[in-house]
Design a protein around this ligand. Structure first.
Ligand code: DQA
Length: 147
């Protein structure tokens, strides 16, 4: 199985941005944690991060041509604003799990809104890096279950 780990704006600033909310670990630490976990689960992972909405849409469309089996997606602030990203996920019909490091439902009101949720098979939030590994497990179960 081939999964794309997709991250939106400011996730590259992990370790620098608001450490009280997002922790002190960096984006490279996140990549390392997920890569190690993927080895234990026997899945291939590729990573992409962008601060630009259109680049994230392009990455989702590329996943279609690359025959990616699943997407673990933290759209970051675009979660709460982007119809374009929702439409892209709907367009490719690749099982997608929405993830967040923080618990978006216990923060600002506007963070409770998620456009991508209606196109996601599940959502994990508030578990830090474990939100991503939980999403990998969820995708594996989903794909195995639908065979
Ligand atoms: C986030 C939560 C979003 O509300 C925020 O805009 C982010 C990160 C998270 O991982 O907790 O940039 O997606």
């Amino acid at each position: 199985m081939k999964f794309l780990i997709l991250n939106g704006p400011n996730i590259n600033f992990l370790g620098i941005r608001e450490p009280g909310i997002y922790g002190k670990s960096t984006y490279n630490d996140l990549i390392r944690t997920i890569t190690d976990y993927a080895v234990t689960r026997g899945v291939d992972v590729t990573f992409y991060q962008s601060n630009c909405e259109g680049a994230l849409v392009d990455a989702i469309q590329k996943a279609y041509y690359d025959k990616v089996d699943g997407i673990v997606f933290n759209p970051a602030a675009y979660t709460h604003t982007s119809v374009a990203i929702l439409d892209a996920v709907k367009a490719v019909s690749i099982p997608t799990v929405e993830v967040h490091l923080s618990d978006v439902n216990s923060r600002d009101e506007f963070r409770k809104v998620s456009y991508i949720r209606q196109a996601s098979i599940a959502m994990f939030a508030g578990h830090g890096f474990a939100s991503y590994t939980m999403a990998i497990d969820c995708l594996i179960d989903h794909i195995n279950g639908s065979k």
